[in-house]
Design a protein around this ligand. Structure first.
Ligand code: ACO
Length: 334
């Protein structure tokens, strides 16, 4: 474990990486398997295409790729990493955590490793957790990965969900910051009274898998989309306001917003309520990657870095909402 001699003020992103499967699936694919249309999917969700992972790839494979890219981008080696946090709700196995396979695959021999499941809010939850570990002096370099293989838990007979999801991985390395760059404000929350809005009922200890339950696809994600929609708008706005307040900032201070990419209509509505320009300041990649849950924010950050949209010194807002319900926001100077 790296020794931290001086108490950091906060933590900051020092490396960014990503990994997207090469198999691109457009909306027309779903016209052949369920009663839907390219037009419906585009209009109601904003999604045009998404990526499907190859059958022989695991969550830990994608995580190792994006993690290594982030470590290289940070100018570090795997041996420098103290902790790996893998935000995911689609791990390789329930036991042990998927993060330990990543630890082994990348050779992060000095790292502790654990998974964090907060559904689509996992990356924001992970960022806030990692920050606390760094600021306390417990850890110096933390690899935070968001990865989902949602197509492995999708019911391809359910048109209300199967058109939405994609597979992806994104990662950042966080390190100590001694100046104004880094995490400046944060908020996390949950509402477990709404756990049935987005759920995968079977596979845990409440409903262990049986042939009948598998036949009923209870091991796949179910979502009450329309009801979820309303909560998504409210919680994304509220989480943004609270994270900004905790940074002593307001919406005008934000250069770029990285929201969880679930639905462009939701995000337009959030932008309007926050009085932040959707066109100029919301980074949107949902149309070509779909909803990738915990991977969506780091994948967007990686794309913003690669396309030159994310620049050093920018003040950014990350805001997420997902199954749980869970929600949260973080304000950072990059
Ligand atoms: N193609 C055609 N018609 C469809 C499809 C489809 N793929 N899916 C549903 N429909 C139908 C419905 O059956 C319904 O028909 P009916 O009126 O005859 O009953 C009609 O379209 C309208 O359905 P709604 O669910 O009301 O459609 P809505 O406009 O709400 O859009 C959507 C659905 C895209 C899912 C939207 O509600 C949404 O994005 N919700 C929020 C998702 C979200 O934020 N999730 C959080 C994170 S996800 C996670 O945690 C993994």
């Amino acid at each position: 474990m790296n020794q931290v001699t001086e108490q950091p003020k906060t933590s900051r992103i020092i490396g960014i990486g990503g990994s997207l499967p090469s198999n691109i699936v457009d909306n027309h694919y779903f016209e052949k398997i369920v009663d839907t249309s390219d037009e419906w999917i585009r209009e109601r969700s904003g999604i045009i295409q998404r990526r499907f992972v190859d059958d022989d790839k695991l969550n830990s494979d994608l995580s190792a790729e994006s993690g290594m890219n982030a470590i290289k981008n940070a100018g570090l080696t795997p041996e420098d990493i103290d902790v790996i946090i893998l935000a995911t709700c689609t791990p390789d196995r329930l036991i042990p955590s998927c993060s330990v396979s990543v630890q082994d695959k990348i050779g992060a021999v000095n790292a502790a490793a654990f998974d964090l499941n907060a559904a689509c809010s996992g990356f924001v939850y992970g960022l806030i957790t990692a920050n606390a570990m760094i600021v306390s002096g417990q850890s110096k370099y933390i690899l935070l990965i968001g990865t989902e293989l949602l197509t492995r838990v999708t019911n391809f007979k359910d048109r209300s969900t199967c058109v939405l999801f994609g597979d992806a991985s994104g990662a950042v390395v966080l390190g100590p910051s001694f100046d104004s760059r880094g995490l400046l404000g944060q908020y996390m929350g949950s509402d477990g009274s709404l756990l049935d809005l987005i759920t995968m009922p079977c596979g845990g200890t409440e409903l262990p898998p049986t042939p009948q339950r598998l036949k009923e696809n209870l091991n796949c994600i179910q979502m009450k989309g329309n009801e979820t929609y309303k909560h998504a708008v409210t919680r994304l706005v509220d989480s943004s306001v609270r994270a900004l307040a905790s940074a002593n900032m307001n919406a005008d201070d934000i250069d770029l917003v990285f929201p969880h990419q679930a639905n462009t209509r939701i995000l337009q509505s959030v932008a309007k309520r926050l009085k932040i320009s959707y066109e100029d300041k919301f980074f949107i990649n949902l149309p070509h990657v779909g909803n990738t849950s915990a991977a969506s924010i780091p994948v967007a950050i990686n794309e913003a870095l690669e396309t030159g949209r994310l620049q050093p010194g920018m003040t950014i807002l990350l805001v997420a909402f997902g199954g749980g319900l869970t929600f949260g926001g973080a304000v950072l100077q990059y």
